[in-house]
Design a protein. Structure first.
Length: 142
């Protein structure tokens, strides 16, 4: 089971992370589970992906055994440091691929994005919009 990100939570996290003049354009709730996790929720991560006018922010959440759900880390990636953002998949179950050079090292994530009940409204559509925005930024001359 994934974490539920309410609108209030997303807005509160965004206000704490945004720089002056920066605005959130799209937001996506996505999950990441390593191959060795065997579907055990404690080993997986839930990401809140915020696409802003200046960067892509990856907020990683973990499920704890006794401590409950918690925010684990935040990676803020300027659009210029991102090498790939791609959406693939069929129907309401999609994969978002993010490759970048972050401040703490290389980022290579394959995130599961799903739509429907208990997800951010327009979750899959916003994921597609993030990939499209990345393509537009890449097409601009340097």
């Amino acid at each position: 089971m994934s974490l539920f990100f309410s609108d209030l939570y997303v807005d509160t996290v965004a206000k704490g992370l945004l720089q002056p003049g920066e605005q959130v354009l799209h937001r996506v709730s996505a999950s990441h589970a390593p191959w060795w996790s065997m579907g055990i929720p404690m080993f997986g991560s839930q990401y809140l992906v915020l696409a802003t006018s200046q960067r892509l922010v990856l907020v990683r959440h973990k499920k704890g055994f006794l401590t409950g759900d918690r925010m684990e880390s935040v990676d803020a990636l300027p659009w210029s440091s991102i090498s790939e953002v791609k959406m693939s998949g069929m129907f309401a179950k999609k994969k978002m691929r993010v490759k970048a050079q972050g401040s703490s090292g290389p980022v290579d994530l394959s995130l599961g994005v799903s739509g429907g009940f208990l997800e951010i409204p327009k979750n899959v559509d916003d994921g597609k919009a993030i990939a499209q925005r990345f393509g537009q930024i890449r097409a601009l001359p340097a």
